[in-house]
Design a protein around this ligand. Structure first.
Ligand code: 3PG
Length: 311
């Protein structure tokens, strides 16, 4: 009688893996499209605080409409839920705006090479703030991750300090976001999709006043006119695409976070960066020196070793 039970278990495990595989592939594909449109928009309209706000606003709107017309069931939330969500939303807002500021200053590939160092931040935060310990192999894998990122940074042809720091801040913020979200999602009846919807709404509330103070409507209006005169009226579709795809890729990533640990999530996120780095280099004709590419490859290899060591 044990045999059929075992076969059932193997089958459901395979189904789970296939499901996660589909989530990952969709997440990565949507992310590539987001990154392309986001950079196209930022090249013509360098206002990352506004574009970050618009992507959160678009996601919030999509979800409010989905709840209203019942494509998705609205979550039942209480004050406690929003209180627990608040630190996650602060981390999400900081990580999002910092990455977008970074991408407004440097090549998309450079931001993502630095962001491939996220597992290193994850280990350091877990070790020094949460007191977790890891096997020696995990610490060793940080050497190629950090070394590779450093090599890619010092050999970057268009290095910019704000671009570099933005990506570093985003790494740190997202590690906290992932740790807090997983804690917040545990045992809650709110699904990954609705959790991300609430996160977008709260982040939008947090970010809007800052975006107005940092950039403001006057700069936006002037910038918009310049962008439309250079690109044409279809510029608005680029903005719409970056906003919609931002929401979609994050929504799918949160649906997968429902099923996996924050650690696996970080690894999936880093592997995603390979497709973003390669496609953005091709599309934007980003100049890359061999030593620069070597740095990126070492960092990504480090992440692979890290994933093996944490298993
Ligand atoms: C953002 O704007 O939030 C970043 O581009 C996203 O970074 P991620 O690739 O870590 O989701």
């Amino acid at each position: 009688r044990l045999q059929p039970i075992k076969a059932e278990e193997t089958k459901s495990e395979t189904a789970r893996r296939v499901k996660i595989g589909i989530y990952f592939a969709t997440w990565w594909a949507l992310n590539v499209v987001f990154n392309i449109y986001n950079k196209k928009v930022l090249n013509a309209f360098p206002f990352p605080w506004l574009t970050s706000t618009l992507s959160l606003a678009c996601g919030s709107l999509i979800m409010l409409v989905s709840w209203a017309i019942r494509i998705a069931e609205a979550p039942k939330t209480d004050f406690e839920f929003w209180k627990t969500l608040f630190p996650v939303a602060v981390a999400h807002t900081i990580g999002h705006v910092a990455a977008t500021v970074s991408m407004s200053k440097v090549a998309v590939s450079f931001t993502h090479i630095i962001k491939s160092g996220e597992p290193a931040f994850s280990v350091l935060v877990s070790r020094f703030i949460l007191g977790d310990t890891f096997p020696a192999g995990v610490y060793m894998s940080l050497i190629p991750i950090i070394g590779g990122c450093a090599l890619a940074a010092v050999t970057e042809l268009n290095f910019n300090m704000i671009g570099f720091m933005g990506a570093m801040i985003s790494n740190l913020a997202f590690v906290f976001r992932n740790i807090f979200s997983k804690k917040g999602m545990k045992g809650k009846s709110v699904s990954g999709m609705n959790y991300y919807a609430c996160l977008s709404m709260l982040s939008l509330l947090i970010l809007t006043p800052f975006a107005i103070v940092v950039e403001g409507p006057q700069m936006w209006t002037a910038g918009w006119q310049t962008a439309v005169s250079q690109i044409g009226p279809h510029f608005i579709w680029w903005v719409a695409a970056q906003s919609v795809f931002y929401h979609l890729y994050n929504q799918v990533s949160y649906m997968s976070l429902d099923e996996i640990s924050p650690l696996t999530f970080s690894i999936g996120n880093t592997m995603k960066r390979i497709s973003v780095i390669v496609s953005s280099i091709i599309i934007f004709h980003t100049p890359v020196r061999p030593v620069n590419a070597l740095g990126a490859a070492i960092a990504i290899l480090g992440t692979f070793l890290y994933s093996q060591a944490t298993q």
